[in-house]
Every structure is written in structure tokens, then in C-alpha cells.
Ligand binder design. Structure first.
Ligand SMILES: [Zn+2]
Length: 203
């Protein structure tokens, strides 16, 4: 007998990362409470996403063309590479408009708790890229832009070791005091970084 539409949906949802049976049921009931139209929008978004988007072979960013517009842009520096965890990090940095180099997207961070090792991330691609870029296109600086979390810091440490062996300069994004925060509420790591990366006060 064919599987019911309900079970079929639960089976498909459960294949997604972080979604167990209980979450799948919650999503299914949520969709039932919404209009039928909103499910159609979700289905269309999924189809459009999978049909139009791919992963850039060079940097791992999500893109509608391969190479992505950033890798293909001849006006961007080829000698600086900013390593980030997710495509959304590229979007955030691009919106800030202060960076003119290229990117490398890891698609996550090392996480011993979740059994995510170097093989699960786009790390071999990063090392190959640094090794194979030669002449005018040689990469001279890799900026580590992983998130300032325990796992992000661990990933940065791992990458710094591997990259330094390749003779490339490795830097880390500076971490300052978040706007609107106070000295009492920010973590020790943020405070210590803010002191180290202090800047001359404008007079
Ligand atoms: Zn790219």
C-alpha cells in the first residue's frame, strides 16, 4: 500500500539536518493550520532554489552562475581571501561594502559535538586554492572570519595551523565591543579582543 501523504511528508522532512520525528510533526501541523497557498509557496521556493542555485566551484558560495559573480569579478583582489562559515556571512560582509577581496565558504565549522570534522567542510578546497594560486593571482593573505564562538574559534585555530604551513599570512577579523553593549555584559573573550584590537581615538 502506498504511503500516506502525511507519512511521506514526515519522511522527507526527517531527512533534513536537525529535524527529528517530533519536529517533522510540528512542521506538518503548522502547514495544516496555514492556508493551502502558503504550502504551495514553500514548495515553489524549494523547487526554484534547487533549480536555479548551485555552489560556486571556486569559493563554495551559493550562486546562480558558476563561478559566482564575486569570483568572476576582475576588479576584486585575488590576493586576499576571507574565510567564512556560511553563504549568509558573505552576503552580510558584502552589504557592509568594506571588503574588496574574495571569499571561501566552509559550509559550517568544526564541531566535535556534532561529529563535524575537516572532511565535512570545504577545507581541502581552501588549502588547494591557496597552494595552486600562482604568480599575479597568488594568495598572500587569508583572513579568518569564522564566528566568535567556541567552535568558530576552534575552526580558526585549525585553519591557521594548516595555512601557516603553506607560507601564507593568516589574520583574524578583529572583534570589538558590540554597539549598545556594556563592559559588564560582553564575554571575557570579546573584552580581551577589544583591548588588543583597540584603535587610536580621534581627537
Ligand atoms: Zn565563487
Amino acid at each position: 500500500m502506498a504511503e500516506s501523504a502525511y507519512d511521506n511528508l514526515l519522511d522527507e522532512l526527517e531527512k533534513l539536518p536537525g529535524i527529528g520525528r517530533r519536529s517533522a510533526e510540528r512542521i506538518a501541523f503548522h502547514l495544516l493550520r496555514q492556508s493551502a497557498e502558503s504550502s504551495v509557496h514553500l514548495a515553489n521556493a524549494l523547487t526554484r532554489f534547487r533549480t536555479n542555485l548551485k555552489v560556486c566551484d571556486t569559493c563554495g558560495h551559493v550562486t546562480e552562475s558558476d563561478p559566482c559573480p564575486i569570483c568572476a569579478d576582475p576588479k576584486r583582489d585575488t590576493w586576499t581571501l576571507l574565510v567564512v562559515e556560511q553563504p549568509s556571512d558573505v552576503v552580510a560582509i558584502e552589504q557592509a561594502g568594506a571588503y574588496r577581496g574574495r571569499y571561501h565558504v566552509l559550509m559550517g565549522r568544526l564541531s566535535p559535538m556534532e561529529a563535524i570534522g575537516a572532511g565535512e567542510l570545504n577545507i581541502a578546497g581552501l588549502l588547494d586554492r591557496v597552494k595552486s594560486a600562482k604568480g599575479d593571482d597568488a594568495i598572500t593573505e587569508v583572513i579568518l572570519g569564522t564566528n566568535p564562538t567556541l567552535e568558530g574559534d576552534g575552526t580558526a585555530l585549525y585553519l591557521a595551523e594548516s595555512l601557516t604551513q603553506l607560507g601564507v599570512k593568516v589574520t583574524r577579523l578583529a572583534r570589538g565591543m558590540p554597539v549598545g553593549s556594556s563592559l559588564q555584559t560582553v564575554s571575557k573573550a570579546v573584552l580581551s579582543d577589544a583591548i588588543q584590537a583597540r584603535t587610536q581615538s580621534a581627537s
